[in-house]
Design a protein around this ligand. Structure first.
Ligand SMILES: *Cc1c(COP(=O)(O)O)cnc(C)c1O
Length: 344
């Protein structure tokens, strides 16, 4: 029986809504993640000297649970999040958790907060697993103790007012990540670096920023929290994972759909500024937006428009296929859907 909750599904945005519970676990450096469990959602206590607060030792994940057309509660490729948080942890000297520990923590949290999953079409339950170094750490070094939390929040459909293609700007003033830095980890510090570029872009009327490679300023890397694709003469191209680009799960899914279901030519390659500006279609991908078309890109005060500012054919087909697979409205040939087998 669905309890009456005070959540107004119609008014959901991308803000935190307090839910019932969160998963909580602790682990010593050089130890293993073994014990954890659900506690009421709420504030936590930290030393002001906590490693994460002083030196940014933290990594996170982002995924979502939602109700499908078959009325199942599902997750999309959570094993990929499990793998990615291991890689991010390793880069930041955080104890790596096993895939099972991660998946179990996510499943338990979602199941306990099932009443907060929006009805089909109203949004999803955003899931945020996050790990911090939390013991006092005055000298720079890995913390002695780590805290892992999985919290969830219902979020509205990104496109409830219809799909509005993005106006992006290429920044030559800022870089997102350095070669051999932490750009390929979902490390919390990467996002503080993006605040000012995005703030400046928004002030000038753009939705997001596209970053160039820090070594040469010639190649496209990604948008601040989404990967980027271009289509030219029917060929799909996306920047290859060069170490400073975040390996998005949506990115990987779009590549597989294009290759194996649509038999398109796909290149993970160097994408130059020229390639981007001369593309037929451009789109961004990520868990929250899934696939979002790009209407225009501005570079050095010149604005380049794509497909008259409307969603292109390839973008539309790839987007629809991925959404259909997610919502169990089409076959799931890759086994991407994880059914939590719970009643709603
Ligand atoms: C999370 C993230 C993405 C998108 O990854 P998904 O797994 O598709 O959600 C892309 N770029 C950055 C910088 C990110 O943090």
């Amino acid at each position: 029986m669905k309890k009456k909750l005070k959540v107004n599904w119609e008014e959901l945005g991308f803000n935190i809504v307090n839910t019932k519970s969160m998963y909580y676990a602790k682990c010593r450096y050089d130890s293993n993640w073994e014990i954890g469990g659900l506690i009421p959602f709420g504030e936590i206590k930290l030393s002001p000297a906590a490693g994460v607060l002083n030196y940014g030792q933290g990594v996170f994940e982002g995924t979502k649970s939602f109700i499908t057309k078959k009325n199942n509660v599902v997750l999309f490729r959570p094993d990929m999040n499990a793998e990615r948080i291991k890689l991010s942890s390793k880069r930041l000297c955080i104890p790596e958790m096993t895939k099972n520990f991660f998946l179990n923590s996510v499943f338990e949290t979602v199941k306990d907060n099932i009443d907060y999953i929006p009805p089909l079409g109203k949004g999803s339950l955003y899931i945020r697993p996050i790990i911090w170094g939390t013991s006092p750490t005055l000298g720079v070094g890995p913390a002695e103790e780590y805290t892992y939390i999985v919290y969830v929040s219902p979020v509205g459909s990104y496109f409830k007012n219809g799909i509005k293609p993005l106006d992006l700007i290429i920044t030559t003033k800022f870089h997102r990540a350095a070669p051999k830095g932490i750009g390929n980890a979902k490390a919390i510090g990467n996002y503080s670096a993006s605040l000012l570029p995005v703030k400046e872009a928004k002030k000038r009327g753009y939705d997001e920023v596209i970053y160039l490679d820090a070594a040469n300023n010639k190649l496209i890397e990604e948008a601040g929290s989404a990967n980027i694709f271009i289509v030219k003469d029917g060929i799909l191209k996306t920047p290859r994972l060069n170490g400073s680009i975040l390996p998005g799960i949506t990115r990987d899914s779009i590549i597989k759909i294009a290759l194996e279901l649509f038999h398109m030519e796909v290149e993970e390659t160097e994408v130059s500024l020229k390639d981007l500006l001369n593309a037929d279609e451009v789109f961004c991908v990520g868990t929250a937006v899934v696939v979002i078309p790009v209407a225009s890109i501005t570079f050095e005060d010149k604005k380049f428009s794509y497909n008259n500012g409307m969603m292109g054919t390839y973008t539309m087909r790839l987007r629809e296929k991925l959404i259909q697979i997610q919502e169990q409205d089409a076959e799931d040939p890759f086994g991407w859907i994880q059914d939590l087998k719970v009643k709603v």
